[in-house]
Design a protein around this ligand. Structure first.
Ligand SMILES: [Zn+2]
Length: 400
């Protein structure tokens, strides 16, 4: 074996509806794959002591906007002093100000910061990232963002998503149909080869249901998998419409209704919960109990972005999903592993399988807490991830 993790105190193996817990076992990694899980200690070139540690698959963040230019920290202080997010938007702040700053930055500047962001998350056990474009909003700028995502994909597991329909850019505000046409006729042909998925932001103040459906259908023709920012601030019907188009995931869902959930169940669409955005925007909770009863898989993402969810900790989002949204600890772990893998359309992500890729994260609970999954989800901010292994290579700590 290339690497052996010996005497791992607890290994959590996610299955679609539960987590299998194996105690005091050894894991062997060879040629980038998990070659052995069991009680007989194999011989390894590198041996890692797993006593006191919890192993999980490398975590999967199914929803990020990790590539942007500029900062919106000044808006944060304005929001704290009572200015609403929509007022900031109307004044040209919010997404539009990030678009302006992102367009100014070149490929290298965007890549430099985005890689630092991913690196910080990798140190917390994340090996897979969905990354959306959407701060370019022109053919060239969207192409630039997806090129950065692809470059990051040489170092991390990245699923790039085209989100030209994030908002209507300033220059098209008086002629929105022209922008929808630009997305379909110019941005998509240029960007689709660099993306795996297409996403739309269908909401009050963003794209209408009809515009969103037209854009998603056009993306599907280019072979992209469908996602949607759905039912976040008001009910639009996009969750159901996207599910019926075969969406792999719909995300946010604060205002999702019963028929949306039925369509998601029917079409195998994953619900992506984003409790960071809910917290920052003081939104209401998505209908977790109804999703659970319907048997819709729930994933959890950071929604990492510079405004509504500047959140870098996926495990903290699992904690917030429990506290704010009512998911259970087991659902939370499934939400950042196997279900998040399904939400990004990667059949290997968030899983631990013999002969499958060796993406693993090892955690040590905070001092005094037992070696149980609850200990990881209960706390916020403790640097519990001691090692991240990606495709059989130790990527954190850097000098292992
Ligand atoms: Zn988002």
């Amino acid at each position: 074996m290339d690497i052996v993790i010996n005497n791992l105190s607890l290994l959590g193996i996610p299955h679609s509806d539960h987590i299998e817990r194996r105690r005091n076992i050894h894991i062997g990694i060879k040629d980038g794959k998990i070659a052995y899980i069991g009680k007989d200690l194999p011989h390894g070139k590198i041996n890692i002591n797993g006593v006191g540690s919890i192993g999980l698959p490398g975590l999967v963040d199914p929803h990020t906007h990790a590539i942007w230019g500029g900062s919106r920290a000044h808006e944060f202080s304005r929001r704290l002093s009572g200015t609403s997010y929509s007022q900031i938007l109307e004044e040209g702040g919010g997404i539009l100000s990030t678009v302006e700053k992102t367009r100014e930055k070149d490929f290298f500047a965007l890549h430099f910061h985005a890689q630092k962001r991913l690196h910080a998350m990798q140190k917390q056990g994340v090996t897979h990232f969905e990354i959306k474009s959407g701060y370019g909003l022109s053919p060239a700028a969207e192409h630039k963002l997806l090129s950065v995502a692809n470059k990051l994909g040489q170092r991390y597991h990245v699923v790039p998503t085209f989100l030209g329909a994030h908002t209507i850019p300033r220059e098209y505000r008086s002629n929105r149909s022209k922008y929808v046409e630009e997305i379909i006729k110019k941005q998509l042909p240029l960007c689709a080869p660099l993306a795996q998925c297409i996403d739309v932001y269908c909401d009050r103040g963003a794209f209408t249901l009809d515009e969103s459906i037209a854009i998603l259908k056009a993306g599907k023709k280019h072979g992209l998998k469908i996602k949607a920012h759905a039912e976040q601030n008001t009910h639009t019907g996009i969750a159901r419409a996207a599910a019926e188009l075969g969406a792999i995931s719909v995300e946010h869902l604060e205002y999702a209704q019963e028929n949306d959930i039925a369509a998601m169940k029917e079409n195998g669409t994953v619900a992506v919960l984003l409790p960071g955005a809910q917290l920052y925007l003081k939104d209401r909770s998505p209908p977790v109990q109804a999703l659970r009863e319907a048997g819709v898989p729930m994933a959890i993402g950071t929604d990492l972005n510079p405004g509504s969810s500047p959140v870098f900790q996926l495990m903290t989002c699992a904690t917030l999903a429990c506290i704010l949204q009512g998911v259970t600890i087991e659902e939370a772990i499934l939400g950042i592993t196997i279900h998040a893998g399904k939400a990004i359309g990667d059949p290997h992500a968030g899983k631990i399988q013999i002969d499958g890729p060796a993406n693993l994260a090892l955690f040590t609970p905070p001092p005094g807490d037992p070696v149980r999954l609850e200990s990881l989800v209960q706390s916020m901010g403790y640097p519990s991830c001691q090692m991240t292994i990606q495709s059989g290579k130790i990527v954190h700590p850097e000098f292992a």
